[in-house]
Design a protein around this ligand. Structure first.
Ligand SMILES: Cc1cc2nc3c(=O)[nH]c(=O)nc-3n(C[C@H](O)[C@H](O)[C@H](O)COP(=O)(O)OP(=O)(O)OC[C@H]3O[C@@H](n4cnc5c(N)ncnc54)[C@H](O)[C@@H]3O)c2cc1C
Length: 452
């Protein structure tokens, strides 16, 4: 059954869908479409249900799409990609200074470009869901899943907001993203605490009066792009988080992600915080004369392995952000690759279960095992310690260190008639003062040794 349904057939279409599918996927984001492609490729009848007018219509993200898994599933060369990432730059901001490190290996200019591309989700998600439809899945848009149907403890279908909106199927893949109301409503996961969730705000900006603004300001040629990451008080004030600028083909995505608990206390106004970041003296020149064409806000799960829900239930599996699979720690902001990888493993497991090759529960459990062995859980485990450590060093990392590094840099390169030796010594002194002397530096290096 290959087709796409939308508003036109909204009033009549639902009933014939009952029991017509092997599996229902809730949400046509990256995780949902990855699962749908994987299962349709294995000849399952797949129903992909999306609340948006089209897949991606409601999706928010920075966004660099990381493609190592997705290129195994579909022909990524056909995808609506904006630019490949040729430079990653990390800047520490005080209220007026910046100290930055730029990483730009020559190899990133060659395919597959380190599997990192900027995309606009409105375009990309629609294309990706189309790949699932081409593989044989049915896409049902403008349909919100409102609950799950349970019989004798097993999940056997979904409730939707369509008239007569119950649709039954032997398996359900929950790929509804971070705002996982369906999974929470069915007690498959609990609501995250504010300490484990970040608020993400993002604007897309265009440069109506400067044709080559992106190339000139970010020093780019051809299809090369850049991702700029910022932290320190100049990025998010007193909040725990950071800012970013990503170059698309003709626009830039500018945004912030910081703890939801700070959105309730130190930085209660995300729009105001974003404006302060955009007008920071080291950021503003990159965005001069730009016009905002889109503003979006969304939550990002960042609780790591500790807050992952049970992934496998009787008749259902949870994937992507709905399962808390995001690595957001200041150095990495990765969820796209994890969403696709989890959708892929879940799709394989459901296909196995539906084929009857293995007992149902054993086959679905394979999803948890494969995910645990994959980079997804291993990366989350590797950085589990980092958030807590950064949180406890928050004032030092976001305020004192950026100031000390900026002061030390300015001192080291000070141009006057004093011998360099004096400036070098003063710069060293300033850094040592900030880190608590040689002992403090050694303790710090030990605390963060796992970063390398
Ligand atoms: C501001 C911000 C910046 C980010 N930057 C990056 C980045 O640069 N790189 C990166 O790798 N990751 C980034 N992420 C994380 C990344 O966006 C997510 O990890 C990824 O999108 C998760 O994919 P998903 O398919 O699980 O969920 P989503 O992309 O959220 O997709 C969920 C889908 O389900 C649909 N849906 C939800 N509820 C229902 C329902 N009840 N019924 C029907 N449909 C429903 C939604 O409309 C949506 O289409 C960022 C996130 C944010 C918020």
């Amino acid at each position: 059954m290959t087709e796409t349904l939308d508003r036109t057939d909204r009033e009549t279409a639902t009933p014939r869908y009952d029991d017509a599918f092997d599996v229902i996927v809730v949400g046509a984001g990256l995780a949902g479409s990855a699962a749908a492609v994987t299962m349709a490729d294995r000849d399952l009848d797949v129903l992909l249900v999306e609340r948006g007018r089209y897949p991606g219509a409601k999706n928010v993200f920075g966004g660099v799409l990381y493609t190592p898994t997705i290129r195994e599933l579909v022909d990524i060369d056909e995808a609506p990609l904006e630019r490949y990432i040729a430079e990653r730059r990390f800047g520490m901001l005080t209220d007026r200074d910046e100290t930055a490190v730029s990483i730009s290996p020559g190899g990133w200019h060659e395919p597959p470009h380190n599997d990192s591309y900027t995309v606009l989700r409105g375009e990309f998600d629609e294309w990706f869901a189309d790949q699932a439809v081409d593989a044989g899945a049915t896409l049902l848009t403008e349909t919100t899943v409102t609950g799950l149907v349970k019989e004798d403890g097993r999940i056997v279908g979904i409730e939707t907001d369509r008239p007569d909106g119950t649709i039954r199927a032997p398996y359900v893949v929950l790929a509804e993203g971070g705002n996982s109301l369906v999974s929470e409503g069915a007690d498959l996961r609990r609501r995250e605490s504010r300490e484990n969730v970040a608020v993400g705000v993002k604007e897309v900006l265009e440069f109506p009066h400067h044709e080559n603004a992106i190339e000139e300001r970010f020093r780019l040629t051809g299809e090369a792009g850049a991702s700029y990451h910022y932290f320190g008080e100049g990025a998010v004030g007193e909040a725990f988080g950071g800012g970013f600028i990503y170059t698309n083909e003709d626009t830039v995505s500018v945004g912030l992600a910081y703890r939801l608990s700070d959105a309730a206390t130190t930085q209660p106004d995300p729009e105001g915080t974003l404006n302060a970041f955009k007008t920071h003296p080291k950021v503003a020149p990159l965005l001069r004369d730009a016009r905002t064409v889109e503003y979006t806000a969304k939550t990002i799960p960042e609780g790591g392995v500790e807050s992952m829900p049970e992934l496998v239930h009787d008749g259902a599996v949870i994937v992507g952000d709905a399962a808390g699979l995001v690595l957001n720690n200041g150095v990495h902001l990765e969820g796209t690759n994890m969403a696709v990888e989890s959708g892929f493993h879940a799709g394989k497991a459901v296909a196995e279960a539906a084929s009857g090759a293995r007992r149902d529960d054993a086959a679905l459990t394979q999803y948890r095992e494969d995910l645990t062995d994959s980079f997804v859980v291993r990366n989350l485990e590797r950085y589990d310690w980092l958030m807590e450590t950064v949180q406890s060093d928050r004032e030092f990392l976001f305020e004192e260190l950026p100031r000390a590094v900026a002061d030390a840099g300015s001192e080291y390169f000070q141009m006057d008639r004093a011998p360099k030796e004096e400036h070098a010594s003063a710069a060293r002194q300033r850094l040592l003062e900030a880190v608590g002397g040689y002992t403090g530096a050694a303790k710090l290096a030990f605390r963060y040794r796992n970063l390398i």
